[in-house]
Design a binder for this molecule. Structure first.
Ligand code: DGL
Length: 284
């Protein structure tokens, strides 16, 4: 494989034939959560090739030490760079909170995270200036959302809460299970008394529990899923840098995980509404 100087074109020798194709966008998460961002990317920029890495064997990241999250994130980013990606999307709030700034210095390709797009969407959605954020322990402890929202508008009220049980539920494929509702309801009920009118789903796994969260909080609280805004950022950055795929042929996607394939494949099929083939790629 030869990757051209700006990581736009990948050239492969297939027997005597030389095949060229547009470089992929690398997307990473600790597991299935980043697929919520991929779904929006498929909708907004369907011509783009995607290579996804879900670190399912080491998921969840949200209760780990920040240094460990940082190391895992860079291991995955190194792998994606070896595949010749032209951009990387850190489709994980936990990894964005810990590693985004450093990643932007470390890698030569543009790197997009999910916290700024989610914060922006929440700020434009709130009418009463009171915003809630749910996320993993690492994300909430980092205060990345609070800092980003107050940087944009210091007059807003922001309160975060960690929901440690949500990621294992989603990874286990139990997002539709009625028994999960009680856990979801108990976890978000403080936000009712807090009178927030917007709640950021500050973990890319949480949109898979969106209908239960919405049922628990009712119609007065608007839920913000950063996927849509993130995909818009991805498209804007590609266009600004002249990196958009101009090729009209069918996009080609790869899904890699570090753990079991079947569960990921099932959630992926359900969420993306298409069949996906998943490969196991160990990095450690
Ligand atoms: N999906 C991730 C996030 O957005 C990580 C969840 C986890 O592994 O704890 O934070």
């Amino acid at each position: 494989v030869f990757v051209s100087y700006v990581n736009v074109l990948v050239v492969r020798w297939k027997g005597d034939e030389i095949v060229t194709f547009c470089a992929s966008i690398g997307v990473l998460d600790s597991g299935v959560g980043g697929l919520t961002v991929v779904r929006e990317m498929f909708r907004q920029i369907p011509q783009e090739n995607v290579i996804y890495y879900g670190d399912t064997a080491r998921c969840p990241y949200g209760q780990r030490e920040p240094e460990e999250v940082r190391r895992f994130t860079f291991e995955i980013m190194d792998f994606l760079m070896e595949q010749g990606v032209k951009m990387i999307v850190i489709a994980c709030n936990t990894a964005t909170a810990i590693a985004l700034n450093e990643a932007r210095v470390r890698y030569s390709v543009p790197v997009v995270g999910v916290i700024t797009p989610g914060s922006r969407a929440a700020i434009s959605a709130t009418a009463n200036g009171r915003i809630g954020v749910i996320g993993t322990e690492v994300t909430i402890r980092s205060e990345a959302y609070v800092k980003e929202i107050l940087r944009i508008n210091p007059d807003l009220y922001v309160r975060g809460k960690a929901c440690a049980e949500f990621v294992p539920i989603v990874e286990a494929g139990l997002s539709d299970d009625p028994s999960v509702y009680r856990i979801v309801d108990e976890s978000v009920q403080d936000f009712r008394a807090d009178e927030v009118d917007v709640l950021i789903l500050g973990c890319t796994h949480y949109p898979l529990l969106q209908s239960m969260i919405a049922r628990s909080l009712g119609p007065c609280v608007q839920l913000i899923n950063s996927a849509e805004e993130t995909a818009r950022d991805v498209s804007a950055v590609l266009s600004e840098r002249g990196l958009l795929n101009q090729n009209n042929s069918q996009a080609n996607h790869r899904f890699c995980v570090s753990g079991h394939l079947e569960r990921f494949e099932a959630v992926g099929r359900e969420w993306l509404q298409r069949h996906i083939t998943v490969e196991c790629v160990k990095l450690d």
